[in-house]
Design a protein around this ligand. Structure first.
Ligand code: FAD
Length: 354
C-alpha cells in the first residue's frame, strides 16, 4: 500500500513538473481564414495559460494550407501542426477528435483548448473521452491553469471548477465572447502585415493520419450553407434580434434591412425559430448562440432568462417592446415602449438619414 501511494505521488509530481503548453484546435471557414472564435481562444491561452501555444489545423487541399499559414500568424503561436488528409476534408467530429487526441498524446501539452462553438463543443468532449479525461466546457474565466469559471443555470450562476488531482492533459473550451481579442490578434484576423511574424508550420506525423481512414466514423453527406453576406452572428458587432411578435418570416425582412444598414447580423428568439420565421442557426440564447456585440437590438422579445443567457453581456442593449413590464427592459440600456411595426420602419428611416 505504501509503495502504491509513493508511486501515485511520484506520478503527480511528474505531471506537475512537465512543461506547461497548450494545443489549440483551430477552426477555419473553408476559405483559408481562421474563425474569429478561434482567435478569441488563442487570446485566452495567451493571456491566461502558461507555456507555449501550438495550433492544430485540420482539413485537406489548398484551403487547409492557407488556414495553417493564417494560424501561424496568430499572436503567441509558436508552431502550427498541419493535418492535411482526405479523411479530414469535412469537419467530422469523429476524425478531428481522433487526430487531436493522438497529437495530444504524442506532444503531451498541459492543455487542449478550443472555442466553445458548435464545432468545438462537438470535437473537444470526444477528444477528452479518448484522452480519458473530463472536459471543462464553456469557460468564461481562467483562474489558474487548473481552475476555471463556467456559467450554470442558463447563466444565472457561475461555478468555479477545479481539476483534482490535475490530469496530465486538461481539455477546455472557452466562450469566445468572454475573451476579447487584443489589438495584435485583431490585426492578424484582418490579415494585417503588422501582425506577428509567422510561426513554423509542420505536417503532423503520417502515422497519426493513417488510422483515420479506417475509423468507423460518421459519413459526411452534404452541407447546406446559405450565405447572407452579413457578419457571423457569434462575432458581429451589431445584432438585431427578432421575437415571436414579428408574426411571420416576411416581417423579418425589416430586421434584415435594419441589420444591413448597421452592418450587423440578424438573430432571433427561440419562439421565432420554433414558429419557422427564421432558420435555427439564428437562435440566440441558452440553447442557441451566445452573442456579446457592441450593440444588441431586441425587437418584440420578452426577455426570458433563456434568451438573456445568450445576450446579456452585450455592451449596449436596446429593447423595443409594447409591454412596459417586459423583463427585457430590466437589462436594457435603452428601452422603447412601442409597437414594433411602427417603431422599426421609423428607426430604419432615421438610420438612413443619419
Ligand atoms: P414571447 O415571450 O412571446 O415575447 C414576445 C414579446 O413581444 C412580448 O414581450 C410582447 O410584449 C412583445 N410584443 C408583442 N407584440 C408586439 C408589438 N407589436 N410590438 C412590440 N412588442 C410586441 N429562448 C430563446 O430565445 N433562446 C434560447 O436559447 C432558449 N432556450 C430555451 C431552453 C429551454 C430549456 C427552455 C425551457 C426555453 C428556452 N427558450 C429559449 C424559450 C424561452 O423560455 C422563451 O419562451 C422565448 O425566449 C420567448 O421568445 P419571445 O421573447 O420571442 O416570445
Amino acid at each position: 500500500l505504501r509503495r502504491g501511494a509513493r508511486s501515485l505521488q511520484l506520478g503527480f509530481i511528474a505531471t506537475q513538473a512537465r512543461q506547461a503548453s497548450t494545443l489549440l484546435y483551430v477552426e477555419h471557414n473553408g476559405e483559408g481564414a481562421v474563425a474569429p472564435a478561434t482567435l478569441s481562444a488563442a487570446a485566452a491561452a495567451n493571456q491566461h495559460l502558461p507555456g507555449q501555444l501550438e495550433a492544430l489545423v485540420c482539413g485537406s487541399g489548398d484551403t487547409v494550407k492557407r488556414a495553417a499559414e493564417a494560424a501561424a500568424r496568430l499572436p503567441g503561436v509558436s508552431k502550427v501542426w498541419l493535418a492535411s488528409d482526405a479523411s479530414l476534408a469535412h469537419p467530422l467530429a469523429e476524425t478531428h477528435a481522433h487526430l487531436l487526441s493522438s497529437l495530444a498524446t504524442k506532444q503531451k501539452p498541459s492543455h487542449v483548448l478550443a472555442a466553445s462553438t458548435a464545432q468545438g463543443r462537438n470535437v473537444l468532449p470526444r477528444a477528452a473521452a479518448l484522452l480519458a479525461t473530463q472536459p471543462v466546457t464553456d469557460v468564461v474565466k481562467i483562474v489558474d491553469d487548473n481552475t476555471f469559471v463556467r456559467p450554470i443555470y442558463a447563466g444565472n450562476a457561475f461555478a468555479t471548477v477545479q481539476y483534482r488531482p490535475p490530469p496530465a492533459i486538461r481539455v477546455v473550451t472557452v466562450r469566445p465572447t468572454a475573451f476579447p481579442l487584443d489589438q495584435t490578434a485583431a490585426a492578424a484576423a484582418a490579415g494585417s502585415s503588422a501582425a506577428s511574424p509567422a510561426a513554423p508550420v509542420e505536417p503532423v506525423p503520417p502515422e497519426l493520419l493513417a488510422p483515420l481512414a479506417g475509423l468507423p466514423a460518421a459519413k459526411w453527406e452534404s452541407a447546406d450553407v446559405r450565405s447572407t453576406g452579413r457578419p457571423e452572428l457569434g462575432s458581429a458587432k451589431v445584432v438585431v434580434c427578432g421575437g415571436r411578435a414579428l408574426k411571420s418570416a416576411e416581417n423579418f425582412a425589416m430586421l434584415e434591412q435594419l441589420a444591413d444598414l448597421l452592418g450587423g447580423a440578424v438573430g432571433a428568439s427561440r419562439a421565432a425559430v420554433d414558429a419557422g420565421y427564421v432558420a435555427n442557426d439564428l437562435q440566440v440564447g441558452q440553447t442557441g448562440k451566445v452573442v456579446a456585440p457592441d450593440l444588441y437590438i431586441g425587437v418584440g422579445i420578452s426577455g426570458a432568462i433563456q434568451h438573456l443567457a445568450g445576450m446579456k453581456d452585450s455592451r449596449t442593449i436596446v429593447a423595443i417592446n409594447n409591454d412596459g413590464e417586459a423583463p427585457i427592459f430590466s437589462v436594457a440600456d435603452y428601452g422603447l415602449e412601442a409597437d414594433l411595426f411602427k417603431a422599426v420602419p421609423e428607426l430604419i428611416e432615421a438610420v438612413k438619414k443619419a
